[in-house]
Design a protein around this ligand. Sequence first.
Ligand SMILES: [Zn+2]
Length: 81
Amino acid sequence: MDIATKDTFEERYCKESGISLEKYHTFRVTLPCRCDYDGCEGWGAVGKDRNSIRAHMQFYGPRKGDTKDGKKWDGEEWVKE
Ligand SMILES: [Zn+2]
């Protein structure tokens, strides 16, 4: 799966979940993801609480320079290698 932009990811996620973007941002935060799941677009919708955020970043958060599907995490976003 191609790496999406953060906005594209959020839009698709909301559409598929049938929720508004406003509601999404109330309960979720979009974090970069480097998991091995085939459908992963380089982002994860994570529960907006400290433990979920910490766990996600610990297990799936990319470090600067990590690559995934031809893109590189620059600390802010996925960019072309
Ligand atoms: Zn992922």
